[in-house]
Design a protein around this ligand. Sequence first.
Ligand SMILES: [Zn+2]
Ligand SMILES: [Zn+2]
Length: 145
Amino acid sequence: MARRHRVTLRQRVVLDALRRGDRFRSAQQLHTDLRLTSTIGIGLTSVYRILHRLADQQLVETQHAEDGELLYRIRDSCGHHHYLMCRICGRAEQFTLDAVEQHADLIASQHRYRDVSHRLDLYGICPRCATEPEITAQCRTDANR
Ligand SMILES: [Zn+2]
Ligand SMILES: [Zn+2]
């Protein structure tokens, strides 16, 4: 019980599943992926718990889907940024907008608020999904040959 920061086998299995893709996925999608690819049975509740833990440890980043569901992806950068995210496949492009940051600061200071945060997420359909609208969430058709 004392070794709290040790990555357990199940955590590693979930991390490996996340590393196989660069898209944001829901716990449910990951659970489905794990059932297909892993010999270790991990229940959906455990997947949620493990993702929560990995997010706490900053190994995983989270993002809300358009309908508010929490999605997960392996963390590949830190700092403040926004996402343009595909509502079909979960692909996401990171961006920053200096004008938005400055404007947010201005509004906060005008109203004398402190410690202000903001979220700005854009959702759309990525070019690949625009040409393949029926693509499935766990599609692994990226074999480049
Ligand atoms: Zn897409
Ligand atoms: Zn911002």
